[in-house]
Write a protein that binds this ligand. Structure first.
Ligand SMILES: Cc1cc2nc3c(=O)[nH]c(=O)nc-3n(C[C@H](O)[C@H](O)[C@H](O)COP(=O)(O)O)c2cc1C
Length: 193
């Protein structure tokens, strides 16, 4: 593969266009965050990188909590809208018809329409340059019960999740493998007796 050499940039792809909810106790807000990910398993930890100029920034810094609401194809237009307009001037919940639900562990609303929500408590704020990184413990997960079967297995593939890639949104497509399938032993066909 002949490669062009570009200067360093943010071209990791795909990333989640997560809808992050926050509150300062008086007002609630939601903004879209693509700079997020999982950074530790035990304890479960995540981060969001937020520009200090965002209205949400001070809310998260002051409250020390936020929720990462996963975005579905039904939510993606609202996610885009919440990533363009500021909560300093408009109630994004009202404008995008986003319903609030109470979180179980943190003082911050979560989105009723999101199938999976990470409730997060900030442990560190790390200034990086353009963005500050909020490192956080994931203290609870809220899952749409319709995605969990009678054996307790989560079927996240049925949630209609959305990926963000180089400025565009994509609905997740067909499954092409699963964890460990490349090393799984093939089942030997049973001989007919
Ligand atoms: C797909 C998408 C991803 C975004 N990712 C980030 C991000 O990771 N960090 C950030 O600070 N802003 C990000 N933004 C921009 C904010 O969501 C946007 O500035 C928003 O209006 C801020 O809202 P607020 O002022 O109400 O906090 C993103 C916007 C979009 C549309």
């Amino acid at each position: 593969m002949a490669k062009l050499k570009w200067r360093g940039g943010t071209l990791l792809s795909p990333v989640p266009p997560a809808m992050v909810t926050c509150s300062d106790g008086e007002h609630d807000n939601v903004l879209t965050i693509a700079w997020t990910g999982i950074i530790n398993s035990d304890p479960p930890k995540t981060y969001i990188s937020v520009r200090p100029s965002r209205h949400s920034y001070e809310m998260i810094k002051k409250s020390g909590v936020f929720a990462v609401n996963l975005t579905t194809k039904e939510l993606v237009k609202a996610a885009d809208w919440c990533g363009v307009y500021t909560g300093a001037k408009v109630d994004k919940f009202e404008r995008c018809r986003l319903q609030k639900e109470k979180a179980s562990e943190i003082d911050c609303p979560i989105l009723a329409q999101s199938p999976l929500v990470l409730e997060c408590r900030v442990t560190d704020v790390i200034p990086l340059g353009s963005h500050d990184m909020f490192l956080a413990d994931i203290v609870a997960v809220d899952v749409d019960e319709a995605l969990v079967d009678e054996d307790g297995k989560l079927h996240l593939d049925r949630a209609g999740l959305v990926a963000y890639s180089h400025g565009e949104y994509f609905e997740l497509g067909k499954r092409i493998g699963k964890f460990g399938y490349s090393v799984a032993k093939k089942k030997t066909p049973q001989r007919k007796k």
